[in-house]
Design a protein around this ligand. Structure first.
Ligand SMILES: Cc1cc2nc3c(=O)[nH]c(=O)nc-3n(C[C@H](O)[C@H](O)[C@H](O)COP(=O)(O)OP(=O)(O)OC[C@H]3O[C@@H](n4cnc5c(N)ncnc54)[C@H](O)[C@@H]3O)c2cc1C
Length: 380
């Protein structure tokens, strides 16, 4: 068993770290405050191959492994979790889904621009009444000749207002329950597709999440992803892989907050000494470092399992639940170590604290992760 990152992985980590620190960090607080979409940075991520990391080179991707993908999302999120989720959605919720389930024509037409950064993708499963219970879709897709007519209200579509292609789930046969759901590759520039609102969020504010409407949107049959009725299975397969990305995002947020707290504790003095030398503060830093190390082991091992072709559903859920709770705990403690400065937007930890919370909610809440883990355990 080798616990060392390869030389290639170290080089990749250092390259992405340098990009995040030099190009993203200076604007992260302002973009967060203003809910400003990081258009130029998204373009740079595309040029660097960070938007199609694990997609094969044949389809415009970087052709790297999932370990590389985890490292990239961790490093982006260590500085700016908004960039982490923008990249994560495009990589694992969209590119992965099209590469795994798409036709050759769909890969050539849609995957190549998405993986090479010339287009952006989003994933649309959630609805006002369908969150954890994702199968209770109200969106409908009715076959009409060589097209389907889609009517839907969809919620919380990350990247939605900047996306060119959206993987959308809709009911093609409501009588079949979750087996009546199909997946589609929406062209967001077509008539009948509109943005209703961009959410004003607690965290990851520079990444946009939208509510969208589909009003008699006609989509050609050739843009159906997979077979009719396969949509729920496709969505769950995509989300299982996506959890590695969100776990890596949580890990990066925790690491960023820990480093900020460590540096602050070494320079802030009270009662004539560095606060790092108070045992209460030192022990908190020790617990942060320990939990982050454990989270990294889980995240990397899950990515490694996926690279080996091993089953990773339970492992991805474990990594996500542990890393996200580590992020929430670590960022809360980081604010505490900063004292009043932790409550100020002058310092980055209040942003990390707000950003951490979402990792316990999206791509399956912590409760749903525990449901997945316990089901897998009891089925074994
Ligand atoms: C910022 C953000 C970005 C998002 N991006 C996307 C996106 O790009 N695409 C997309 O499709 N969706 C997206 N989502 C939606 C997200 O995946 C859902 O919000 C999430 O799955 C939870 O659904 P819900 O909010 O409806 O909560 P609910 O399902 O209503 O859950 C409410 C509470 O009940 C608990 N609960 C529900 N069912 C159970 C159960 N069986 N056992 C125990 N507890 C349970 C939950 O854990 C939670 O604590 C995003 C959400 C946010 C906030």
């Amino acid at each position: 068993m080798d616990f060392q990152l390869s030389a290639d992985h170290v080089l990749l980590r250092d390259t992405v770290r340098q990009f995040a620190e030099k190009e993203a960090a200076p604007t992260a607080a302002e973009r967060d405050e203003q809910m400003e979409w990081p258009g130029a940075l998204v373009q740079r991520m595309g040029e660097m191959g960070l938007l199609g990391v694990a997609v094969s080179e044949e389809y415009g991707g970087a052709g790297l492994d999932y370990m590389s993908y985890a490292i990239i999302i961790e490093e982006l999120s260590r500085v700016d979790a908004s960039l982490g989720v923008i990249a994560s959605v495009n990589n694992s919720l969209v590119c992965y889904g099209i590469e795994k389930f798409g036709t050759e024509e769909q890969k050539r037409e849609l995957l190549v621009p998405l993986a090479s950064g010339r287009a952006l993708g989003a994933f649309s499963l959630s609805e006002p009444g369908a969150g954890s219970d994702a199968a209770s879709q109200k969106a409908t897709a009715v076959r009409d000749g060589d097209a389907y007519v889609i009517n839907a209200i969809k919620n919380w579509i990350t990247n939605g207002d900047h996306a060119d292609t959206i993987i959308l789930m809709a009911m093609t046969d409501a009588s079949q329950g979750h087996r009546g759901i199909s997946a589609f590759l929406v062209d967001t520039h077509a008539p009948g597709v509109s943005i209703m609102k961009v959410e004003n969020k607690l965290g990851i504010r520079s990444a946009h999440s939208c509510q969208m409407a589909y009003d008699n949107y006609r989509i050609p049959v050739r843009r159906r992803l997979g077979e009719e009725g396969q949509g729920f299975k496709i969505a769950m397969t995509i989300l299982n892989a996506g959890r590695v990305g969100i776990a890596a995002q949580a890990l990066g947020i925790a690491q960023g907050a820990y480093e900020a707290a460590l540096n602050y504790a070494k320079v802030r003095e009270q009662f004539g000494q560095r606060i790092a030398d108070f045992q209460a503060v030192g022990f908190t830093l020790a617990d942060m470092a320990t939990r982050i190390k454990a989270a990294r082991m889980l995240v990397y091992e899950t990515a490694w399992r996926k690279d080996q072709g091993l089953d990773f559903i339970k492992d991805a859920a474990m990594a996500k639940v542990f890393a996200s709770e580590t992020a929430m705990w670590t960022t809360t403690k980081a604010v505490q170590i900063f004292g009043s400065n932790g409550y100020s937007k002058e310092y980055p930890v209040e942003r990390f604290f707000r950003d951490a919370k979402i990792t316990e909610i999206y791509e399956g809440t912590s409760e749903i992760q525990r449901l997945v883990i316990s089901r897998e355990l009891t089925k074994e």
